[in-house]
Design a binder for this molecule. Structure first.
Ligand SMILES: NC(=O)c1ccc[n+]([C@@H]2O[C@H](COP(=O)([O-])OP(=O)(O)OC[C@H]3O[C@@H](n4cnc5c(N)ncnc54)[C@H](OP(=O)(O)O)[C@@H]3O)[C@@H](O)[C@H]2O)c1
Length: 301
C-alpha cells in the first residue's frame, strides 16, 4: 500500500514506519523537517514538507498523527493556539487536499486521545460517552470533527483515541523514570484517578488492524482493557524498578505550577477499548506489569 503519514517522525509514527516498512508498504511522511525523515523513520521512507509534494500515483491510506506535545508546557493562550493549529488546522488542510485530489485514499486514520472525555471520574468510558468541556476535550473533539469531513468524500475515517503510550525510549514514561529511579516516584494527588494506558506494540498493531479492516470506522479507544488507578500505576512502576514509591505529588502544587494542564494529571479516564474488542482485536499486553516489564526491559539495552 501507499501510505502517507503526518506525525510520522513521532513516537507512534516512527514505530509504525518501522513496522509497515517490513510489511512492504511504501511510506511518505509529511514533516517540518523532511530532511530528517529517512534518519528517523527508515531509509525507504520519503520525507515531504508540503502535501503537494506527494508524487505517488495512488494513495491508499492516510494516517494523521501530527500535533505539538500536549503535556510539555502550561496551556498559555499562545500554547493553546499551537496545540490547535498543529492538529485541527493541519487536519483541515489535509482534508482540503484530499478533496482536491481526483484519486482518494480508502481510509483516513486520524489521531485523538482519551482526553476527549475530560475527567471521567469513576465512569467506564466506552466510545459512545460524551466529550468533556475542558480545553483538552475540546481540542480532541475538534480534531475528530475535522477528520470526519473526509467521510463525505467517500473516505473511511477511523479515529484513534489514544491512552498513555508505554514505550521504550520515549513518551510520558521516560519523563517519570528519572524520579522513580531515584526512589522519588509516587502517586499524583489522591492517586485515585484512572489511567488508561497502551503498550506501543499494541498501539502499532491496532492502527494496522484499523487499516486492514474495511468495516472499521468512527472512534476507537486505543487503550488496554485493564486501566489502573494512578496509585496502582505508581506502585507497579516502583516494583518494576525495585524502588520505593512512598512520596506523593500534592495536587495544589500541580494546580499552581501547571494551571489547567494539571487536569491531565489530577483527572483521568477509565476508558475501555469496546469497539476494538468488538471488532476482534486482541491486545498482546492487556496487563500493566507485563507491559512495564517489556518496556523497561527494552530500555536497558
Ligand atoms: N504518546 C502518547 O502517550 C499519546 C497519548 C494520546 C494521544 N497522543 C497523540 O497521538 C499523536 C501521536 O503521538 P506521539 O506520541 O507519536 O507524538 P509525538 O512523538 O509528540 O510526535 C508528534 C509529531 O507531530 C509533529 N509536530 C510536533 N509539533 C508540531 C507542530 N507544531 N506543527 C506540526 N506538526 C508538529 C512532529 O512531526 P515533525 O517534527 O516531523 O513535523 C512530531 O513528530 C499526537 O498528536 C498525540 O497528541 C499521544
Amino acid at each position: 500500500m501507499h501510505i502517507l503519514l503526518t506525525g510520522g517522525t513521532g513516537l507512534i509514527g516512527k514505530a509504525l514506519c518501522r513496522y509497515w516498512t517490513t510489511q512492504g508498504h511504501q511510506l511518505a511522511v509529511l514533516s517540518r523537517t523532511p530532511q530528517r525523515v529517512k534518519e528517523l523513520c527508515g531509509p525507504q521512507v520519503q520525507g515531504i514538507a508540503r502535501l503537494e509534494e506527494w508524487t505517488g500515483e495512488s494513495l491508499d491510506a492516510v494516517v494523521n498523527l501530527a500535533g505539538a506535545p500536549i503535556a510539555e508546557r502550561p496551556w498559555t493562550q499562545k500554547r493553546r493556539t499551537l496545540l490547535w493549529d498543529s492538529r485541527v488546522t493541519l487536519t483541515e488542510r489535509l482534508v482540503e487536499w484530499l478533496a482536491s485530489r481526483e484519486q482518494k485514499p480508502a481510509v483516513l486514520i486520524s489521531g485523538s486521545a482519551i482526553g476527549f472525555y475530560g475527567d471521567g471520574g469513576e465512569r467506564e468510558l466506552q466510545e459512545d460517552a460524551q466529550s468533556g468541556n475542558d480545553f483538552g476535550s475540546q481540542l480532541c473533539a475538534a480534531w475528530e470533527a475535522a477528520a470526519r469531513h473526509a467521510e463525505p468524500l467517500g473516505i473511511r475515517v477511523a479515529l484513534v483515541r489514544t491512552g498513555l503510550v508505554l514505550a521504550p525510549g520515549g513518551g510520558f514514561l521516560q519523563k517519570l523514570l528519572p524520579a522513580y529511579r531515584l526512589g522519588l516516584g509516587g502517586r499524583i494527588g489522591s492517586g485515585q484517578q484512572w489511567m488508561s494506558w497502551v503498550h506501543l506494540d499494541d498501539q502499532v498493531a491496532l492502527i494496522d488492524f484499523l487499516l486492514n479492516h474495511p468495516a472499521a470506522s468512527g472512534p476507537y479507544n486505543a487503550c488496554a482493557p485493564q486501566p489502573v488507578r494512578n496509585a496502582e500505576f505508581s506502585q507497579a512502576l516502583g516494583q518494576a524498578l525495585h524502588r520505593p514509591t512512598i512520596l506523593a505529588v500534592p495536587a495544589p502544587l500541580l494546580k499552581l505550577t501547571l494551571g489547567e494542564l494539571s487536569t491531565l494529571l489530577l483527572g483521568g479516564q477509565k476508558a475501555l477499548p469496546a469497539h476494538l474488542q468488538e471488532a476482534g482485536f486482541t491486545f498482546r499486553y492487556p496487563e500493566l506489569p507485563a507491559a512495564l516489564a517489556s518496556v523497561l526491559g527494552e530500555n536497558r539495552h
